[in-house]
Design a protein around this ligand. Sequence first.
Ligand SMILES: NC(=O)C1=CN([C@@H]2O[C@H](COP(=O)(O)OP(=O)(O)OC[C@H]3O[C@@H](n4cnc5c(N)ncnc54)[C@H](O)[C@@H]3O)[C@@H](O)[C@H]2O)C=CC1
Ligand SMILES: O=C([O-])CC(=O)C(=O)O
Length: 329
Amino acid sequence: MAKRRVKVAVTGAAGQIGYAILFRIASGQMLGPETEVELQLLELEQALPALKGVAMELEDCAFPLLKNIVLTSDLNTAFKDANYVVCVGSVPRKEGMERSDLLKINGGIFTAQGKAVEKSAASDVKVFVVGNPCNTNALIAMNAAKGIPSDRFFAMTTLDENRAKAQLALKAGVDVSSVKNMTIWGNHSATQYPDFYNALINGKPVTDIITDTEWLKGDFIKTVQQRGAAIIKARGLSSAASAANAAIDGIYNLVHETPAGQTYSMCLASNGEYGVDKGLIFSFPCRTEGGKIKIIEGIKHNEFGQEKFKLTLDELRGERDAVKSLGLI
Ligand SMILES: NC(=O)C1=CN([C@@H]2O[C@H](COP(=O)(O)OP(=O)(O)OC[C@H]3O[C@@H](n4cnc5c(N)ncnc54)[C@H](O)[C@@H]3O)[C@@H](O)[C@H]2O)C=CC1
Ligand SMILES: O=C([O-])CC(=O)C(=O)O
């Protein structure tokens, strides 16, 4: 069977996450063994020599699926006919900062990138934002690219979902693959709501398996919400290999059919689901069915869940209002 060929643009490709993600995209772990890839890598001018070194290493891997590599500091060259644009390039936070502190620093990048996506990318482009604060950066890019349907913009809560699954599996003493439907609601931030009430372990409600509800409501949620900060404290740098792994998982989820009965977490533009303002980039439970990405509706929240949901929604509304007042949307 003839293989499909796609162009994948990655911004900030010489950074930490770039170094961990490119090899996995090129090996086929993101789009599958039937898809050949051309990488179109964007970096700041001063990082192009380092990027050249990364490209040499990619060549040295002799990946059968990797058909071309473009290195550039020009947005329109990077995004030309791109089917996937993975927006990593931006400044990471340092110890003591919240991700929203990066709004002013990184927000501007996403206006230019949104415009370039609209001008140069393929008509079926999907934009996946990793750079923080990723929900609101995706909102900025989406608003700068009004000619592109808003359902093509995504931001990543896959890392939070993976972290939450791992914590639940450790506590329950089960294999991580037995934890399913672990929805992260809202913002990729310290207000996110990792919804253990609606998650499953071996097909049963988490609360049937882990009966220490105080742990679930307290330490579990806090650990997931604060994991990024804990990694920065320990490593002196923000998470990179796990972030790249999550981006691979997240895009894999978008482009592959979701197994029956399962959902994945993804930030995407609301159409009013669950009372979230239309157009806000919010993390919902999703499925990919027949190639289409759907938000799964009808999940119920108890009083605890409703309170957590409101906190993260209010924070995202605040970020939206802040970028509005900065003239970014
Ligand atoms: N959504 C998530 O779960 C996660 C998001 N992140 C975020 O990902 C972003 C990247 O993290 P790292 O790779 O660790 O940072 P890094 O500093 O190692 O790499 C970023 C790269 O982006 C480049 N860059 C900066 N501005 C650019 C622009 N305008 N155009 C193109 N390239 C540009 C830099 O030259 C640098 O090479 C940060 O914002 C970080 O906070 C990190 C972990 C998880
Ligand atoms: O916390 C950070 O700044 C990096 C990040 O988004 C994460 O690790 O979840």
